[in-house]
Design a protein around this ligand. Structure first.
Ligand code: PHE
Ligand code: NA
Length: 500
């Protein structure tokens, strides 16, 4: 019908979906999350979450995108009367995430260059907060723009928007076909080197040792589901957008399984690599492994530089490869997030793809400057936490309820997927999405609310969390509703072609 862009090959689509899924979450979030939530015992709730929520939701998003062939708001609008606001809400969440996700990639770019001279010296922590980020004293202060962050950030945006300008097949697909295999090769080299370090076994022992006493703890299950959602990029509607570019005849269910297991394989690989080097460092310093475990910014930009310093040989190369892998994993995810709102805006306002990239991508690039100021790290930390806790989780909950219970679409989606796929979905799929996932997500919301109403995240001042957390997370919902209220070109189209 309309000349919708299309993937060139099945492998291209799978690589792009895996590229979106494999991101910073695999490398710096998973290892520490697993370790803190029972080590080897965490694999049980993790696998359960993958099979009852992760893959079923991935199948749901793939099917919605394929069946309704539109960006997320259009697809949700076609799925059920008056449901496009859910798509807009999720698109707005994706937009917010893109603004700070880009900045973390920019840091990794700087650090890949710093690796050549081990520029962080023997105090990587002081270097990160002092010389590199020039971190403000008080959360909420902007200070000035930091050139050392600004310059790589510009490069990140040029690359990302450049790939999008080139299109779905010629841009996104080709970028992923180059970046993802490269990432796998680099990361395998890192892991082999890590495994052969003195002390690696100590780290692996700490990582895999099961602590079964935690298995009945609700927070461990919440952590497992949270990790799966973030890691598979579900409930960001990225997967709806990507699958809307699939040719009419495409296997859906099999693709979802490949994407889900591919992402988890990369996660376990990252856990092995990260804990091997942590074991090495613990042995060097003569301390137990638990003293060197960390996650997120601290793991990548403080602990890794320390480890690189102590490396027996080729420190610079190892550093370059590690930060290079962060850049590749991050860029392919960022591309998918930006595509999500670029596609939404393009359809809504009936403008060209190029214009939509300039307006949508440009606005995100401008707003990302907030995180390149001296106060950037505080803003980033708070926005990241709140948009994930009260954006992604809540929107995921609402979208499952809308599809399963209000639109009662599960049976139709199941029939659509089964008509195309080798693997046939049975009642288990509807039970996972209609019962298990809503119950777990509902409990997560309740648990998150309770935690955040009784304590201040990160011990930040309340006013700061209000401005840079609550307002942004719930603002996304508000903006999403506003967007859906204005009638758009595609609404007119969709009343004549329902995508059936
Ligand atoms: N799935 C990505 C990861 O594991 C995170 C991500 C978040 C990707 C949002 C796209 C959008 O890091
Ligand atoms: Na991931």
């Amino acid at each position: 019908m309309e000349n919708r862009p299309q993937w060139g090959t099945r492998a291209g689509f799978i690589l792009a979906a895996v590229g979106s899924a494999v991101g910073l979450g695999n490398i710096w979030r998973f290892p520490a999350t697993a370790y803190e939530n029972g080590g080897g015992a965490f694999f049980l709730p993790y696998l359960f979450a993958l099979l009852t929520a992760g893959i079923p939701l991935l199948i749901m998003e793939f099917t919605i995108g394929h069946k309704y062939r539109g960006s997320a708001p259009t697809s949700y609008g076609r799925l059920g009367q008056g449901k496009s606001w859910i798509g807009w809400w999720q698109v707005t969440i994706a937009f917010v995430i893109s603004t700070y996700y880009a900045v973390i990639i920019a840091w990794a770019m700087s650090y890949s260059v710093f690796s050549f001279s081990l520029a962080w010296g023997d105090d990587p922590e002081g270097f990160l907060y002092g010389e590199h980020l020039k971190l403000a004293e008080t959360p909420g202060d902007f200070g000035s723009l930091v050139p050392g962050v600004l310059i790589p950030l510009i490069i990140v945006w040029v690359v990302t928007l450049g790939v999008l300008f080139a299109g779905v097949k010629k841009g996104i697909e080709i970028a992923n076909k180059i970046f993802i295999p490269t990432l796998v090769v680099i990361f395998t080299i890192i892991c082999i080197r890590a495994l052969t370090l003195d002390g690696a076994l100590l780290g692996l022992e700490a990582f895999f040792k099961p602590d079964w006493s935690k298995i009945l703890d609700g927070s461990v299950w919440v952590a497992a589901y949270g990790q799966i959602f973030f890691s598979l990029s579900i409930a960001f509607v990225i997967m709806v957008t990507y699958s809307s570019y699939l040719p009419k005849k495409s296997d859906i269910t099999n693709n979802a399984f490949i994407t889900g297991f591919g992402n988890s394989a990369f996660e376990v690989l990252a856990g092995i690599g990260v804990f091997s080097v942590l074991g090495f460092m613990a042995k060097q310093q003569g301390v137990p492994v638990e003293e060197v475990v960390s996650a997120g910014v601290g793991l990548a930009f403080v602990v890794f530089p320390q480890i690189i310093n102590e490396f027996p040989a080729f420190n610079e190369l190892f550093g370059f490869l590690f930060f290079g892998s962060l850049i590749l994993a991050g860029l392919t995810s960022l591309i998918s997030i930006v595509e999500t709102f670029v596609a939404g805006v393009q359809e809504k306002f009936g403008i060209s793809r190029t214009k939509s990239i300039i307006f949508g991508g440009g606005l995100s690039a401008i707003l990302s400057l907030i995180f390149a100021t001296q106060g950037g790290l505080y803003f980033l930390d708070s926005v990241d936490y709140f948009i994930n806790t009260f954006g992604v989780t809540l929107a995921g909950f609402v979208s499952v309820l809308a599809v399963a219970w209000f639109a009662k679409e599960l049976k139709n989606l199941q029939a659509h997927a089964n008509g195309l796929s080798d693997i046939q979905l049975g009642a288990w799929w509807r039970i996972c999405l209609g019962v298990i996932t809503p119950v777990v997500l509902g409990y997560m919301m309740f648990d998150n609310l309770r935690t955040n109403l009784t304590s201040e995240y990160g011990e930040y001042p309340r006013e700061f969390l209000f401005n840079w957390g609550w307002t942004i997370a719930f603002g996304a919902l508000f903006v999403g509703i506003l967007f859906s209220m204005k009638r758009s070109k595609t609404d007119v189209v969709s009343s004549t072609s329902t995508g059936k």
